[in-house]
Structures are given as C-alpha cells and as structure tokens.
Design a protein around this ligand. Sequence first.
Ligand SMILES: C[S@@+](CC[C@H](N)C(=O)[O-])C[C@H]1O[C@@H](n2cnc3c(N)ncnc32)[C@H](O)[C@@H]1O
Length: 258
Amino acid sequence: MLRSTLAALLLASSALAFAQAQKAPAPAYEPSVGQEGKDVVWVPTPQVLVDKMLDMAKATRSDFLMDLGSGDGRTVITAAKRGIRAMGVEYNPDMVELSKRNAEQAGVSQLATFVKADLFETDFSKASVITMFLLPEINLKLRPKILGLKPGTRVVSNTFTMGEWQADETAELGANGGCENSWCTALLWIVPAKVAGTYSTPQGDVTLKQNFQMLSGTLRTGGKTLALQGKVRGEEISFKAGGKDYRGRLNGKQLELK
Ligand SMILES: C[S@@+](CC[C@H](N)C(=O)[O-])C[C@H]1O[C@@H](n2cnc3c(N)ncnc32)[C@H](O)[C@@H]1O
C-alpha cells in the first residue's frame, strides 16, 4: 500500500516537473559584444553616437533609413522613435528576432522593420539615409553601389572611412559629448550627382572635373580662363573662380548658375 502510494507520488511529482519545464520560457537571447558576425563582429554603436548620426543625416519623417548590419536594432529603433520609417538588415537571425522584440517593446514596430539578409545581397536603392558600422574594407566594397544611389542620399558611418572619398562632415564625440569609450566618431557623405563635363552658361563656358564630391576645372569668361575649385553636395554645385562664388545645379544637360 505504502509502496504504491509512494510510486504514485513520485509519478505525480515528475509529471509536475515535466509540465513546469514545458511551461518555463526559454531564456532570452543575450548577445555578447564582439560575437562573430558574417563579415563583422557585433559591437553596438553608443546611443549618443546613434543620435548624432541621425542628426548629421538630418533624417526626417520623409526619409527611409536603412541600417546595414543592424545588430540589436538600436539605430532603426531610434529613427522610428523620431517618426522615420526604417529597416535593419542583419545576417544573424537571433539578432533579427531580438531587434523585433526591442522594437515592439519601444512601441515602434510599425515603423521599424528588420530583415534577415546579407547586406551584400540587399537592394538599398530605396533608402534616402544609410547608416552603418562595418569596417573600412567593407565600406570600400559597398562604395561603388553607394555612389550609384540617388544624388543627395546621406550615408553615415560609425568611425570607418570610405577610402579616398572624403567625408562631407565628421563629428567626434568625446567624454564631454557623452561618449566615454571608443566608437565615438560619426562620418557623413552625401552622394554627389555626376556633373563632370563642359557647359555653356551665361556666366561663361564651364568645364568641371569631378573626383567624388570635389570639383576642379575652368571657367572661360571675358576672354580669360579662370581655374575653379568647388564641391557638389547632392545636386547642389558650388565653386569659386576668379575670386567669385558660383552656385547652381544641372537641369538635364544644362548647368544653371547663380
Ligand atoms: C559592428 S555591428 C553594428 C551593429 C549596429 N549597426 C550598431 O551600430 O549598433 C555589425 C553588425 O553587422 C552584422 N553583419 C556582419 N556581416 C553582415 C552581413 N554580411 N550582412 C548583414 N549583417 C552583417 C553583424 O552581425 C553585426 O550585428
């Protein structure tokens, strides 16, 4: 009698333990800084630098932001909190799920979306703002694709450069800027329109040579040939020649100068 009661109790308690084990939620996925990624390890951008990167890009509600290698989703989520539609591209499926949970907790799942994909296989031509924290050699690999994007697209990178394509703006946040450790530099590029060529304008004949966003060339006016130096920022052309400042843009094949 005693034996059968004990056996029944044992059976009941092991059934209870089994049921509890079934019910216990799986431990939440915890990423660790430095963990392997497909092409780059995961290191999160300090939040203060995320904010700065979005400020530098002048990202607004009319933008569509893509973060290439989106980690725990912080840049996408921060953009979405500003009312910006944003998408993270991340290869690690656990990080994608974590980002989705983080977006849900922040109440921004409508605006913040995440895809599990290889950034090299991803079409980011619809983005008007691109953010990234990758590596210099990866930025270089992406550079031809980035330079082919719509002029005016803003690209912001945490710390890493784009080879000889100099940044249009750089901001370094030190301890005073609230960034205590490493990874405190933001670099901004604005995709330049392709403007090299020779144009006849009311101000003279302009020949533009282009090296990324940097312009050199000549302005032929009043029988003189003046050297010019300038920049193209998105569609906006500006240069100096003969001590005078010129601004303008291409309208089709016509250079319109002010
Ligand atoms: C340095 S972390 C940056 C994370 C996030 N952008 C941030 O600033 O906090 C780089 C991220 O890129 C991801 N990654 C690496 N190679 C990738 C690839 N080929 N395609 C998509 N994501 C990739 C890694 O898993 C990692 O989460």
